[in-house]
Design a protein around this ligand. Structure first.
Ligand code: LMR
Length: 330
């Protein structure tokens, strides 16, 4: 009896809070809630609801629960979801210039990367997204530098990549990068990577540590090479119609929450990277099922030489001037 009354009260409170919201903002992403992107999406939910006193009801759907790689852009364009934060490698069909971020060995370090993202080059790329009219670009979020992993031979020198089937995201730059070292790249949605590695559909892949660890790819790969050869980041985008309908005061609150979420997201990436590295070392020592390799400077130089040779192929797509501007950013 008591239980029933509690149930009724809870249900009616929930109904009241749902009714009180003037807007529903669905946020969809493909990674785990414990990644920096997942944490920042959850922060957005909490903070936007707090700042708008519940006028915007934010609902977060992680792990491709609502939409996966293949359909999230379309769902955003149709306003079926209001906010997504796809990796920059998933924008090429809309804004091919964004493949700049996929160019291997483009960024010297995180400081250089943030200067490019938050400076002239990043702003230019966001303006191309905004020009599409279906979506509005907010901030760049971070996942970190990518590392190779394999279930066949460890990937230490460029020759080791020869003949390996690599899972890649949908980017021509990533395709060219692996072809340059004799690999066979195959585009797969993120939600299918674990089983594809487990079943041998692909042998190898590239990931930032947070995605590698939270999706348990270490269980289906025998080596991880800390190569930092490329970068994976995100662009947070919102449906234009949804944004335009928000009154100005709510727009300001959303923008503030977004700014705070970006700061948190980038901070978390550094914290998580260090924690995950420790956890992976422990896993490797305890199970003896994973070898972790750190490349020497000479090995890095060999990768850089062969992978950078693809840049000219993308001068016309990305813009030679934009690539040069990114390289020269201080
Ligand atoms: C991937 O497909 O590897 C990533 O884009 C997943 C993500 O959103 O970090």
């Amino acid at each position: 009896m008591k239980k029933t009354i509690v149930g009724i009260v809870t249900a009616s409170l929930l109904a009241t809070s749902a009714m009180a919201a003037d807007y529903v903002m669905k946020i969809s992403h493909v990674v785990s809630s414990s990644t920096p992107k997942g944490m920042a999406a959850d922060y957005l939910e909490k903070r936007i609801e707090e700042l708008t006193q519940g006028k915007i009801d934010v609902q977060v759907f992680p792990n491709s629960q609502l939409y996966g790689d293949g359909d999230e852009m379309k769902a955003l364009a149709m306003n079926n979801v209001q906010v997504i934060m796809p990796s920059l490698s998933k924008f090429p069909s809309i804004v091919p210039q964004i493949q700049l971020f996929d160019l291997p060995f483009l960024f010297r370090d995180k400081e250089h990367l943030y200067k490019v993202m938050d400076g002239e080059v990043g702003a230019k790329l966001k303006s191309y997204v905004d020009a599409k009219k279906q979506m509005i670009a907010f901030d760049y979020w971070d996942a970190g530098f990518k590392h190779f992993s394999s279930s066949k031979q460890p990937i230490i020198n460029p020759e080791d990549a020869k003949g390996l089937k690599f899972r890649i995201q949908s980017s021509k730059v990533l395709e060219a990068q692996f072809k340059a070292v004799g690999g066979n790249p195959q585009i797969l949605p993120f939600s299918e990577v674990y089983s594809a590695l487990q079943q041998g559909v692909v042998d190898a892949t590239e990931n930032p540590l947070s995605n590698f660890y939270t999706k348990k790819f270490h269980e289906v790969q025998s080596s991880l090479t800390l190569s930092s050869h490329g970068y994976l980041g995100y662009l947070v985008v919102m449906n234009q119609q949804f944004w335009d309908k928000l009154p100005k005061d709510l727009q300001e609150k959303v923008a503030l929450a977004m700014k705070e979420a970006t700061e948190l997201e980038r901070k978390e990436t550094a914290i998580e990277d260090a924690k995950i590295m420790e956890a992976l070392k422990k896993y490797a020592a305890d199970t003896k099922k994973l070898e972790i390799y750190q490349l020497t400077n000479e090995q890095v130089a060999k990768w850089r030489k062969v992978m950078e040779s693809i840049y000219p192929q993308f001068y016309s797509v990305i813009g030679e001037d934009l690539i040069k501007k990114a390289i020269e950013t201080k």
